[in-house]
Design a protein around this ligand. Structure first.
Ligand SMILES: [Zn+2]
Length: 692
């Protein structure tokens, strides 16, 4: 459930950046961000015959049956590593936002207005002549800070200052609801300090990992050269920085370990952390980032913090200076001159994800602008594009889905009445947010100028950091949104026990305002069911109705739940995703429980609405349309490198397996497509998973 906010900044991905800036990490989303560009407007037929490949039997391969035609028609654009039906929607949204921003960017605005900020941010990013002529000067003040370092205490002062600028060397600081006292905001300290997206990139020694490690070191060296270091020194510096990161990686928890909320919850105060890592002056550090009194806070990975302390002692000041220089370059490369941007893309885009070409500049700059002023742009987006009617229809759907899960809980044969009663309480307490926040964020204190693009990026990050730190030790603001309305995604947040659906997801292929019930329950209905089920997946179930990490299960029920989820994890771990690479059923367990639960709950809700009506539309029965609409959400093409990357990093299964995996557990699916023993989609009843 925890996502280190440092990561993926360099993949030029607007929407994961939004999450970075909001410093959210206890959030379970529908999909891992990756949104962009245009292809087909979202005016689409709910079930389009051209999307199917009817030469394939639904019983043999439901993904290629339902999506084969789509996959042929929509190859991956060069600038992407994956392209799916929801990327089409995100692309259309990107064009809508482009229209909003373009109109603002070409006009003059009064200083201090949101329009001035959007215009100046975007225009400084698009001014390539200026950016090229400036070279590395926009980051020179940061490099000067590093050059002035004399001793270990100076190192930590610069680390603290960089953390306030979103550069985050060593570790990350964020604020969030205390998982064991969900009314109060506290500081979280998270492992971090790496340049690659996960500790496994440093620690694994298979061929693909070794290839990436070698490419990464060459990348470091090139970046040092670009920033003015001679070849020989750059080679040395690259090796120093890499080895420091590797040491941090070796002390880091794996993604899988971090899925256990108890394992990453260690409440401490100043005295406690001073004992954990005595080499760092923690009082001074908190003060430097603007926290005079941090109070009690949560250290997610104490062993990592302890190792950092040792590193502060053992690593020379000169080596720390090299490491910090690398952090600055790596963090700001996407906003510097072309040479930096291109090298950054070579590694993060091409080598890690298999992208063939960079996204056009306007998309990258728009993403950064959208990131810096997400809710300001979101407010305009909603006014122009979000129909009030969609919200009404959604509220009705959510209501029906909630009732449906309640019914399913009551009918569970494996759960005791005592746990059922608590589950019902939690279900009834879930807060629902649809479209956009009631209260918009205030951007008055954000400084944006016609100066350098880099300085605007740093100002925006610092604005976010202060906003985040400003919440510490205060009551949780339950009106706050963790995603902006223009984002195609949805989430469940366990400490708030809430499900949230931004406006942008309430369009095809998720939501068809004029569509029949079968397709809407199969698409957005399953998404709603998915998010609700997150409250009851292997992580979410550990939080109670008010969002506290409290065990409300009887020991027997917890055991039975574990046995059932193991069946599902095993099913997914048997999927081969590429050559000899298998899916990681343990890492994706929570998401797969949510997909399976979402399908069951939405299907059950649909039956209430259909009331026995089995009239086909366009040759498909309502049940068939339900499953086709579901499968279509995950129609996607993906590059091999991206398969490898996501299998390592993403807690969501790949699109193809989000179709194949859960459906094989649904009796209604067997009936709808007349599955027989021996079909690929057929599992023996004893091998099927039934959880929610
Ligand atoms: Zn999810």
């Amino acid at each position: 459930m925890i996502q280190n906010p440092d990561f993926r900044r360099n993949i030029n991905n607007s929407y994961t950046l939004i999450m970075n800036n909001l410093n959210r990490f206890i959030l379970i989303s529908l999909l891992m961000g990756s949104m962009a560009c245009k292809q087909e407007a979202p005016k689409m037929k709910a079930i389009n015959p051209a999307d199917l490949d009817t030469s394939i039997s639904p019983a043999a391969d439901f993904d290629n049956y339902a999506n084969g035609g789509w996959k042929k028609r929509f190859p991956i654009p060069d600038e992407k590593s994956r392209f799916g039906s929801f990327d089409q929607l995100a692309d259309a949204g990107e064009v809508q936002v482009k229209n909003l921003i373009s109109e603002i960017a070409t006009k003059k605005h009064d200083a201090g207005t949101v329009a001035q900020k959007i215009a100046d941010f975007y225009n400084t990013g698009m001014d390539t002549t200026k950016i090229e002529s400036e070279g590395i000067t926009p980051v020179q003040p940061l490099l000067d800070q590093i050059n002035a370092i004399q001793n270990k205490s100076d190192v930590m002062k610069v680390v603290a200052d960089f953390q306030t600028k979103g550069i985050s060397p060593m570790f990350s600081l964020t604020s969030d609801a205390d998982q064991k006292n969900s009314e109060k905001m506290v500081v979280y300290l998270l492992q971090g300090g790496l340049g690659m997206p996960d500790r496994d990139y440093y620690m694994k020694d298979d061929d693909r990992s070794k290839e990436i490690q070698a490419a990464y070191q060459v990348f470091l060296q090139k970046m040092f050269v670009l920033s003015g270091t001679d070849e020989a020194t750059a080679k040395n510096d690259a090796s120093v920085a890499y080895n420091m990161e590797k040491r941090m990686a070796s002390a880091s928890m794996t993604k899988l370990e971090q899925r256990d909320p108890q394992k990453i919850y260690h409440k401490m105060n100043l005295e406690g952390i001073q004992k954990t890592a005595p080499e760092i002056d923690w009082t001074a550090h908190f003060q430097s980032v603007g926290l005079q009194n941090p109070g009690d806070f949560i250290v997610c990975q104490p062993a990592f913090i302890a190792e950092l302390g040792k590193m502060v002692n053992e690593v020379s000041v000169d080596d720390w200076k090299i490491y910090l220089k690398w952090k600055v370059i790596n963090s700001l490369a996407p906003y510097l001159q072309t040479a930096f941007v291109n090298e950054n893309f070579e590694f993060f885009g091409k080598t890690l994800s298999g992208q063939k070409a960079q996204r056009p500049r306007w998309k990258r700059v728009q993403a950064a602008t959208n990131n810096a002023l997400s809710e300001a742009i979101g407010q305009m987006y909603v006014e122009k594009y979000f129909p009030a009617e969609a919200k009404k229809r959604m509220l009705e759907l959510v209501g029906n889905l909630r009732v449906s899960l309640g019914e399913r809980i009551n009918q569970l044969a494996w759960m005791s009445d005592a746990t059922k009663a608590k589950a019902q309480e939690k279900l009834a307490a879930i807060t629902v947010k649809i479209g956009y926040p009631d209260k918009w964020r205030d951007y008055s204190d954000l400084q944006v100028s016609t100066g350098s693009y880099v300085s605007n990026v740093l100002q925006a990050r610092n604005f976010d950091f202060k906003y985040m730190i400003g919440k510490v030790n205060k009551p949780v603001d339950r009106t706050e949104w963790m995603m902006p309305p223009q984002m195609v995604n949805a989430y469940y947040e366990p400490t708030r026990n809430e499900i949230v659906f931004p406006a942008a997801i309430l369009q095809p292929p998720f939501f068809f305002i004029d569509g029949d019930d079968a397709v809407n329950y199969g698409a957005i209905g399953v998404v709603i069911g998915h998010e609700i089920t997150h409250g009851f997946d292997d992580q979410g179930r550990q939080f109670d109705k008010v969002g506290n990490l409290v065990d409300w299960w009887t020991a027997d029920d917890a055991k039975l739940f574990g046995e059932r989820t193991k069946v599902l994890a095993k099913q997914f771990s048997n999927f081969t995703v590429l050559d000899t690479l298998k899916a990681n059923g343990d890492l994706c367990l929570g998401e797969n429980i949510a997909d399976l639960g979402g399908l069951n709950v939405a299907y059950n809700a649909l039956q209430h609405v259909l009331k026995g009506n089995e009239k086909p539309i366009d040759g498909f029965t309502p049940d068939q349309r339900f499953f086709l609409a579901y499968a279509h959400l995950w129609a996607q093409n993906i590059r091999d490198k991206e398969i490898v990357r996501r299998t390592k990093e993403d807690v969501h299964s790949l699109g193809r397996f989000r179709v194949l995996g859960p459906l094989r557990n649904l009796p209604a699916f067997y009936k709808a497509f007349d599955l027989k023993e021996g079909d690929y989609m057929f599992l023996k009843e004893a091998d099927r998973a039934v959880i929610w």
